[in-house]
Design a protein around this ligand. Structure first.
Ligand code: PGA
Length: 259
C-alpha cells in the first residue's frame, strides 16, 4: 500500500482581523490544534501587518502561519510589495499565491503566479498555489482547460524537485464566499484531473497535496476530505471562527483515520 498523503487545513483570513480578535482566535485555534496535529497539518495565512503578532503567539504551538501573497521580486523599488524573504523572517512557512481575488482584482496572470511560487520556494516558504474556474468557464465546459493551463504555468517554471514542494488549492471561483460549495463529485473530478496532470509531468508528483477551497464548512468538510484526491482544505470565512475552523480540522483528522 502506498503511504497515505497527509491532510492539510489552511485558513485564509483575507483582509480580516484586528489585534484583539486575532489574539483570541489564535489562542483558541492553537489550543484545539494540539489534539489534531498528530494526524493533520494546520496553518493560517494572515494579513502581513500581523505577522509579528502571529509569530509571538504561535511560536512553539502546533499551527503554521503564512502570508496571502508575495512579490515576484526579492527587494527593490516596489512600493507596497512584500518579499517572501520578509515573511520568512517572521517565521512564516506558507504563502498563498494566485488566489482568485488577486487574479481578478490585481490582474495576476498565471505566469506571474508561477514566478511568485518560485520566489516563495526560494525563501523556504511552501507556496499554496490557488487555481480555479469561474462560473462562466464551468458552464462553457472549459473547467479542465482553465485549471490545466493554470497548473501548467507553474509546472513549466519549476523543476520537479521544486514542484514536489508546492501545495495546490483548487478553488472554483463560484464557490468562494458564496455558501455554495462544489459537490463532492465535482470537487473530486477536478482533483483527479489535476493529480493526473501532475503525474504526467513526473510520477513522484502524485504526492503533491491538493486542497479544495470554496465554502468549506463543518457540515461539508468530512465528505469533501474523504474523497480519494482531496488532501484537505483552504478555508476562508470559516477560518475566522475558531469553533468552525477547529471542527473542519477535526473533520480532516476523521477523514484521514477513516481511510
Ligand atoms: P471561503 O473562501 O471559504 O470563504 O469560500 C475560500 C478562499 O477564498 O480561500
Amino acid at each position: 500500500m502506498s503511504e497515505q498523503r497527509v491532510k492539510w487545513v489552511v485558513g485564509n483570513w483575507k483582509m480580516h482581523g484586528r489585534l484583539a480578535e486575532n489574539a483570541a482566535l489564535l489562542q483558541a485555534v492553537a489550543d484545539g490544534a494540539g489534539a489534531l496535529v498528530d494526524v493533520i497539518r494546520i496553518g493560517v495565512c494572515v494579513p502581513t501587518p500581523y505577522l509579528a503578532q502571529v509569530q509571538a503567539l504561535l511560536a512553539d504551538r502546533p499551527v503554521a502561519w503564512g502570508v496571502q501573497d508575495v512579490s515576484t521580486y526579492t527587494h527593490g523599488a516596489y512600493t507596497g510589495e512584500v518579499a517572501a524573504g520578509m515573511a520568512a523572517e517572521f517565521g512564516a512557512t506558507l504563502a498563498l499565491v494566485g488566489h482568485s481575488e488577486r487574479r481578478a482584482y490585481h490582474a495576476e496572470s498565471s505566469d506571474l503566479v508561477a514566478a511568485k511560487a518560485r520566489r516563495a520556494l526560494e525563501s523556504g516558504l511552501t507556496p499554496v498555489v490557488c487555481i480555479g474556474e469561474t462560473l462562466a468557464e464551468r458552464e462553457a465546459g472549459t473547467t479542465e482547460a482553465v485549471v490545466g493551463a493554470q497548473l501548467d504555468a507553474v509546472l513549466s517554471l519549476l523543476s520537479v524537485e521544486e514542484a514536489a514542494r508546492i501545495v495546490i488549492a483548487y478553488e472554483p471561483v463560484w464557490a468562494i464566499g458564496t455558501g455554495r460549495s462544489a459537490t463532492v463529485e465535482q470537487a473530486q473530478e477536478v482533483h483527479a484531473f489535476l493529480r493526473a496532470r501532475l503525474v504526467q509531468k513526473e510520477a513522484s508528483l502524485a504526492r503533491v497535496a491538493l486542497l479544495y477551497g470554496g465554502s468549506v464548512k463543518p457540515e461539508n468538510a468530512q465528505a469533501l476530505f474523504g474523497q480519494a484526491d482531496i488532501d484537505g482544505g483552504l478555508i476562508g470565512g470559516a477560518s475566522l471562527k475558531s469553533q468552525d475552523f477547529l471542527a473542519i480540522c477535526a473533520a480532516a483528522k476523521a477523514a484521514s483515520l477513516a481511510r
